[in-house]
Design a protein around this ligand. Structure first.
Ligand code: HEC
Length: 119
């Protein structure tokens, strides 16, 4: 009797490969989206920035920065480039000054952390 399967072997293999590389990509990107606690621990947080601000900034990034294009990771741009980017994009996304400040604090710190030697 002929077995009824959903997909031919080649197609099933490509689905498996897609899932595998999809997961690998997620793991890599998550690595540069460090948690606020990790940023504080690595000493990359600018003077006067609170951990609450970093938390809000990370949450805002995840919520607001993938609507118009793929999500840009903190490590894709040097720390000094982020304030300008976040100002432009915050305007695109109609965010207020407080939100833009939180995003800047997060992206600048996470970009710095990604440039430190691993330990
Ligand atoms: C309303 C749509 C919209 C939202 C929301 C948005 N962007 Fe963008 N973004 C764009 C457009 C359009 C471009 C490409 C054209 C340009 O560079 O102006 C862009 C480009 C970028 C670039 C590339 C800039 C460069 O010069 O290489 C980065 C980085 C970026 N966005 C980050 C973000 C971040 C971070 C957020 C969240 C705060 C965000 N974007 C939210 C529309 C958006």
């Amino acid at each position: 009797m002929k077995k009824i399967t959903g997909l031919p072997t080649g197609a099933r293999l490509s689905v498996l490969l897609a899932v595998f590389f999809g997961l690998a990509t997620c793991a890599a990107s998550f690595d540069s989206l460090r948690l606020p606690e990790q940023l504080v621990e690595r000493g990359v947080v600018p003077q006067g920035v609170s951990i609450e601000s970093l938390r809000r900034g990370r949450a805002l990034a995840l919520a607001e920065c993938k609507e118009c294009h793929r999500f840009r990771l903190p490590d894709e741009y040097p720390p000094g480039a982020w304030p300008g980017i976040v100002r432009d994009m915050g305007a695109q996304a109609s965010l207020n000054d407080g939100q833009i400040g939180d995003l800047e604090a997060y992206f600048v710190s996470a970009s710095k952390a990604a440039r430190l030697p691993p330990r």
